[in-house]
Write a protein that binds this ligand. Structure first.
Ligand code: ADP
Length: 173
């Protein structure tokens, strides 16, 4: 049987930081379900099928990581898939505050599910999906921070939304 862990998030899009946490979790637990949250409160760049497909592609070589989408309460989905552990990544003090709040709420609802935090690797501890979206939107590079196919998908998304990088005003003077 072994221990199944669930690693939930928005993954809009998956970054090297997320991939690092998923791979490290796969070393610790027998099975990891990377659970892509279908309906976050924040606005999204990628659809749920797109976010799932990118996460799957990024982790295709790790046979014990399974990518699934979910909606509703995380603890209900965790129970449904038989996960005993919720994994989250911790970057900074600001993560700690919100994460402990969510963890305590989850524990109140599902005391049998334990939450485990993996500290972000140093090279990714400044990295967030929202920061990468902002950089690519402004025409900056995302190489090394997301897989190349994710960087391409981001550029395509912004181009097709008519949100290509603006020409800086200081260039036209
Ligand atoms: P959410 O929208 O639920 O905050 P995200 O998709 O942004 O989720 O991130 C999912 C999980 O991955 C969270 O636990 C978050 O703290 C963690 N995470 C995000 N970026 C990194 C990173 N660069 N290194 C390690 N963990 C990260």
């Amino acid at each position: 049987m072994g221990i199944t862990a669930i690693y939930p998030g928005t993954f809009d899009p998956i970054t090297m930081g997320h991939i690092d946490i998923a791979r490290r979790a796969a070393h610790v637990f027998d099975r990891v379900i990377l659970a892509v949250y279908d309906t976050p409160a924040k606005s999204l760049v990628f659809s749920t099928p797109e976010r799932v497909a990118m996460a799957r592609r990024a982790l295709t070589d790790v046979s014990t990581v399974d990518v699934r989408e979910f909606n509703g309460l995380l603890v209900d989905f965790a129970r449904h898939v038989g996960a005993k552990v919720i994994v989250r990544g911790l970057r900074a003090v600001s993560d700690f505050e919100i994460e402990t709040q969510m963890a305590l709420m989850n524990r109140k609802m599902a005391p049998e599910v334990e939450e485990v935090f993996l500290v972000a690797s140093l090279q990714y501890s400044f990295l967030s999906a929202s920061l990468i979206k902002e950089i690519v939107k402004l025409g900056g590079p995302a190489e090394g921070l997301v897989p190349d196919f994710v960087a391409d998908a981001l550029r395509q998304k912004f181009a097709s939304a008519g949100e290509a990088a603006p020409v800086p005003r200081w260039l036209s003077g």
